[in-house]
Design a protein. Structure first.
Length: 78
């Protein structure tokens, strides 16, 4: 590994207990919430989750688990 390069899995692990937005493979749906846990397959466990469809606030989902192969992007919320 070259100095200065951060592997994506390590970056996601560093976001545990932070607010994140997750874009999933499903018709412009995004989920926002607090990242509780992540594993080596990028399966994620989120809490206090809210669904957004086409940038419109949707349902409050609470606790969710998302399978890693359904995730398009993970973004920290500042």
């Amino acid at each position: 590994m070259v100095n200065g390069i951060v592997l994506p899995i390590k970056k996601v692990f560093s976001l545990v207990e932070s607010k994140i937005a997750v874009e999933i493979k499903d018709d412009n749906r995004k989920l926002q919430g607090r990242l509780v846990a992540v594993d080596e397959y990028l399966n994620i466990h989120m809490d206090e989750t809210t669904e957004f469809v086409d940038d419109q606030r949707g349902r409050n989902l609470g606790t969710v688990v998302i399978r890693g192969n359904n995730i398009l992007s993970i973004t920290p919320i500042i």
